[in-house]
Design a protein around this ligand. Structure first.
Ligand code: N7H
Length: 505
């Protein structure tokens, strides 16, 4: 065992024995009913052994998903490279939380610590190896207009810190309390001193009470995630969670693993890292609610219109399985709420044209077309979503006026091994492209419109079809975006070993 591994194991054992003599601590992760299941530590260990995956070298946030309670994104700029590199090895490396630690309350730290670097950050650290992803290398601001962000060159609504390309890295701190996060951050800042400066920070918080696990429009989020071989996918030919999305090879998310399309061009030290797409997506909640009321066709309710825009009811129940009314039992049941692929055994159901159960443009169908997508099967365009809501609840005054006066939204995080195949295809090629049609629908449905939730047209109007089940070709024109990009950055979340070499010193 390497010295660094002994150090990490010792810390883990100490924190574990400390837990034994103190009262039960609050779990680090939330677990609202209906969210994508995590494996037990035993299941994950068996899956990893079968697939040859080293879960202890993978940063925890990559495979955990949208189950954080409080989460701080602390963006930083490196001023003093030698000092930062030595602290990265000596002080940050032992703290970084791996996947296995998060799978049991006994081994979870009080605060998850993960770290990732932009291309500018890797350049600053003197790491010259190319990771093999041109979007990562260019940085997110360079492609803002391409993502549909607007106005103008794309960065008009962006948070200034994201525009300049001077963010070198992000520390991700997550816990059950903001006090824990603040004390972990204070300790890290005391250690790192002036070797870094803060560029920007965003605090995410799971919503309270019955909205726990729901994003700000009110829909349960984090339900559908790809199952990963070597973690929660297929073990020795048997799916661990057979009613979930089909399992994909770990290399769709992790560099250098089976399924990574650019496996041969990755530097060896980057194996088991993942590209982290961060986006601060502002949500105009009272405006969205008003839009639903004002635009509901006479044969629908605002709730149904909203559900058809998303593809799920607020409870998480998929409209494809429950097309006429919400079904909270279905929404809460993770063995049923993701068990569909838009096909049906009903002989009257014409798959190529039927939008009665779910519009082709619905957000979850645009971003994961399931059996619609026959051009390539299985298709490789998958991401693990690990974001969290940010900003306060809508106040009674905002709801009454129908106008947002404070910012709230989704701190969107997506992990994948290829940004172009993952996030960028979902946003640019599918959500923003009103003429994109999936394999099964090519002949009958040219031009299904934008994704009504995240489809973006640089602030200009967006047409959406299929929202009214009785008029599939009817067009609803959306003059306002209810999700507005405030920018972001592309990062690389390295394997934990790389924090020693080549990133540390
Ligand atoms: Fe989306 N929403 O509340 O409407 N998303 N999303 N997303 N999203 C999903 O299945 C939402 C965004 C995906 O496998 C649900 O977890 C909001 C971006 C994918 O069936 C809900 C924002 C991208 C899925 C939302 C936002 C994606 C998904 C259903 C921004 C990628 C899984 C719950 C503020 C570019 C699809 C669930 C599947 C699901 C919402 C952003 C992608 C409720 C409000 C930017 C792949």
């Amino acid at each position: 065992m390497k010295v660094s591994s002994i150090h990490r194991s010792l810390l883990l054992a100490l924190s574990f024995s400390f837990d034994l003599v103190t009262s039960a601590k609050a779990p680090l992760l939330i677990n609202p009913p209906g969210l994508a299941p995590l494996p037990s530590l035993k299941q994950a260990t068996a899956a990893a052994a079968a697939a040859g995956l080293e879960l202890g070298n993978i940063q925890g946030d990559i495979l955990i998903g949208m189950k954080k309670d409080k989460e701080l994104f602390f963006f930083f700029h490196i001023n003093d490279v030698p000092t930062f590199r030595s602290h990265l090895s000596a002080d940050i490396h032992p703290l970084v939380t791996d996947v296995t630690e998060l799978l049991s309350n006994d081994t979870q730290p009080a605060t998850l610590v993960n770290i990732a670097f932009s291309q500018a950050g890797l350049n600053t650290l003197g790491v010259t190896d190319q990771l093999g992803d041109s979007l990562f290398s260019a940085g997110q601001a360079a492609g803002a207009a391409d993502l549909g962000d607007g106005p103008g060159a794309g960065t008009g609504n962006w948070e200034p810190a994201f525009v300049t390309g001077t963010i070198h890295g992000v520390l991700i701190l997550a816990s059950s309390t903001t006090d824990n996060i603040n004390s972990q951050l204070a300790s890290l800042q005391a250690t790192l001193g002036s070797s870094i400066t803060e560029s920007y920070r965003l605090l995410g918080e799971a919503r309270p009470d019955d909205q726990n696990g729901h994003e700000h429009f009110g829909f349960k989020d984090g339900i559908s995630q790809p199952m990963i071989n070597g973690f929660n996918g297929v073990i020795n030919g048997v799916p661990l969670f057979p009613t979930q999305s089909p399992a994909i090879d770990a290399g769709h998310i992790l560099l250098g693993e089976s399924g990574d399309r650019s496996m041969d061009s990755r530097p060896p030290w980057a194996k088991d890292g993942s590209f982290l797409v961060f986006r601060q997506l502002k949500q105009l909640v009272p405006e969205f609610d008003n839009f639903l009321v004002a635009n509901t066709p006479s044969d629908m309710t605002p709730e149904l219109l909203g559900a058809r825009m998303v593809g799920r009811w607020k409870s998480g129940a998929p409209i494809f399985l429950s097309p006429h009314a919400d079904d909270p039992d279905l929404g809460n049941n993770s063995t049923r709420n993701n068990n569909f692929n838009y096909t049906s055994s009903d002989p009257d159901f014409i798959f190529e044209s039927n939008q009665e159960r779910c519009p082709f443009s619905a957000h979850i169908r645009k971003t994961n077309p399931r059996a619609d997508f026959t051009i390539q099967s299985p298709f490789p365009n998958h991401i693990i979503r690990s974001g969290i809501p940010y900003g306060p609840e809508v106040s009674p005054a905002e709801a009454a006026a129908g106008v947002s006066t404070v910012e709230r939204g989704l701190a969107f995080v997506a992990y994948q091994s290829d940004i172009s195949v993952g996030f960028h295809t979902l946003q640019n090629v599918w959500a923003n492209n009103q003429n994109f049609v999936f394999g099964k629908n090519i002949s009958t449905n040219p031009g299904i419109g934008f994704d009504p939730i995240i489809g973006a047209n640089q602030g200009a109007a967006r047409n959406v079809t299929g929202l009214d089940p009785s008029s599939a070709n009817g067009v609803i024109t959306m003059l306002t975006d209810f999700v507005v990009s405030r920018g972001g950055e592309y990062f690389f979340s390295p394997p934990i070993s790389a924090l020693l070499t080549p990133l540390g010193a």
